[in-house]
Write a protein that binds this ligand. Structure first.
Ligand code: FA5
Length: 354
């Protein structure tokens, strides 16, 4: 290889090395190392005197191009630095960290707990995968009773217990009723609030396969329907607002007698069932249609359930209620959520509103 060819190679190597170091060295370091007085470019350029006349001319052009490439690289870095300095405005407020918050249903559970704890209810916790006995049989729904069909149950693929039957994902929080009676071992009264996950094979805009219920159970002497209605009214006003009304309608559950469905007045139309449109004319409330929303069931505890829990139904009576957390939460003033599946959709835009 001739000396000229060797210098050409060195000039290519120099440019490659410069490009490699562009991101690791500072502008000043690059300037000194490559274009400084004793820098790599000048060291290479000083070799030109050793070339033949015609090679000097060609190599001169190579050096010009090399210097232009080095300067262009350095100018680019300079520009980037200028821009980032311009963007640094120390008087601007800091960037807010994006911090998370409790899921809206966790917030609702916390609020519901506190509402009941204020009137002496104690929060209880029971298995959410439980035996058939506690979910159905002890609640006056013996094997093969048709009332079981309403619960659209998920069964766990596991050997059945000889006495307690199959294992199921709890379809309602009522499994806690007999468990609580067994837990207190006749040390009455009971004032329990059980908030837990439930599971059913259902999915549409008012049903999810996994949802939450809150179950109240009170057992004491001289308990009657007025206590139940008073508790429902108290909850309605505390959770939804002072103007909210509640009503109970006759219904049928195997574990309560009498049984009721519980409705709260609609927060959107104020319980009237209609709204005024932009022409000031009445039209049916899109949200409730009737002025009321059903949130769940309630009733006086059936004597057979008290018996299953070891409580003398001649001395003691009780009331129970079980309502959906998601359903209740969507009815809160101003929320107007018409598909409860959104709670579990992991859509951040939806969840960040709460
Ligand atoms: C029951 O589950 C009874 N255990 C309630 C009860 C308790 C009655 C104590 C008497 C005494 P029901 O199947 O209606 O009842 O469910 C109660 C509420 O749970 C419903 O009104 C609704 O608010 C909620 N719910 C039921 N299924 C779903 C679901 N798939 N998704 C979301 N919420 C649901």
């Amino acid at each position: 290889m001739s000396y000229y060819q060797d210098l050409l190679k060195q000039s290519q190597k120099l440019l490659a090395q410069f490009q490699l170091e562009l991101n690791s060295l500072s502008l000043e370091e690059l300037n000194i190392k490559y274009l400084g007085k004793k820098g790599l470019f000048n060291q290479l350029a000083s070799q030109i005197k050793k070339l033949k006349k015609d090679e000097k001319k060609d190599f001169g052009q190579v050096l010009n191009q090399l210097k232009a490439d080095l300067e262009q690289g350095l100018n680019k870095i300079q520009e980037n630095e200028n821009q980032s300095h311009q963007r640094l405005d120390l008087s601007l407020p800091g960037i807010k960290q994006n911090i998370g918050h409790l899921h809206p249903i966790s917030q609702a559970i916390e609020e519901i707990s506190q509402i009941f704890e204020r009137i002496g209810f104690v929060r209880a916790d029971f298995p959410e995968v439980d035996w058939d006995y506690y979910v159905f049989a002890a609640l006056n729904m013996p094997d093969n009773h048709p009332a079981r069909d309403e619960w659209e149950t998920f069964f766990v693929d596991q050997t059945a217990h000889p006495k307690l039957g199959k294992m199921v994902l709890t379809t309602h929080t009522s499994n806690g009723q007999v468990r609580e009676m067994e837990r207190v071992k006749s040390q009455l009264p009971i004032r329990m609030i059980n908030i837990s996950r439930c599971y059913r094979r259902q999915s549409d805009n008012t049903h999810t396969q996994m949802f939450h219920q809150f179950e109240g159970l009170v057992v004491d002497k001289n308990i009657n329907i007025q206590h139940l209605k008073g508790t429902i009214d108290y909850f309605a006003k505390e959770f939804f607002g002072a103007k909210t009304k509640s009503r109970i309608r006759p219904f049928h559950f195997k574990f309560t007698e009498p049984s009721f469905e519980v409705d709260f007045s609609c927060q959107i139309c104020g319980g009237t069932g209609y709204l005024k449109n932009k022409h000031n004319k009445k039209e049916s409330c899109r949200f409730c249609k009737s002025g009321w929303h059903e949130v769940g069931g309630a009733g006086m505890v059936h004597p057979n359930v008290l018996k299953a829990g070891g409580i003398d139904s001649k001395k003691y009576r009780g009331f129970a209620f079980g309502w959906g957390v998601e359903r209740s939460y969507t009815l809160k003033q101003g929320l107007n959520i018409d598909d409860i599946r959104l709670f579990y959709s992991a859509e951040r835009e939806f969840l960040e509103q709460f």
